[in-house]
Design a binder for this molecule. Sequence first.
Ligand SMILES: [Zn+2]
Length: 273
Amino acid sequence: MWFVRAALGDREKVYLKKKTESLEKCPSNSLVSKAAALWKNANTNTSQIFERIRSQLRASCPGHEGERFCTYCEHSSPDWIDHVRPKSRFPMKTFAWDNLVYACASCQQIKGEKWFLMIDDALFEPEVDDARADASSLYLEPTRDDPQRFLTIDCLGTWSVVPRQDLSPRDARRARETIALYALDERNLPQGRKRAAQTFQFALHAYVEERKERGFDPARLAEVRARHAAYVRALPHRSTLLAINEHYAALSGKWRSLSSEAPESLEWISDDP
Ligand SMILES: [Zn+2]
């Protein structure tokens, strides 16, 4: 799971705010259906304002320029706006910018409508007009909880997503529940991470070799670096590449030598959108 929020224009912010305000006047027994109808009418292919909203959501996904991957699995193409907190349970969050990400159909389907909030360690499923709706989610919300602070990838063996070791018991629970909710270690995703790591290694090797061949002409070196950086940024499984950079010292000698020869690769994969 990887997410860095791209900026939204003022016009789009006002538009989303007005939609939320129109829901505030709605009685709670018809809020879910009203929110669903408003969303269906607004999120169309012909809406220019929604085209810009979708474009910024795409730019918040891992990847580079035209090549983007799902916020949750970092593997498939993101095709849909996903409501992090499902709009069937949180209709007032239907047009909330901090509740929207771009995701693939598979992740959306797997997540479904299930959502728990937690107060202390007690879980509950909120009602539509629940006064406790501001409580923390059991699951990580990539728009609020930086996924990189909670999750990393075991790149020394299983290629699964794992909670970071320094988390509190509560945060570790949230991390584990998130991995399960989105089935992040199923759907052949670990194999996909392993393949992305291999491609990353080939790409770094090719970069180091080409740099040697091109000599030390600064203009040519800059071109070589930019081309390889664009290629690496457009690889799937950004979190895996970040984990490799984090754990270079524990990886094989091949990784360690590439790390010392191309330390700039960290910048290529950790940059903002
Ligand atoms: Zn996905």
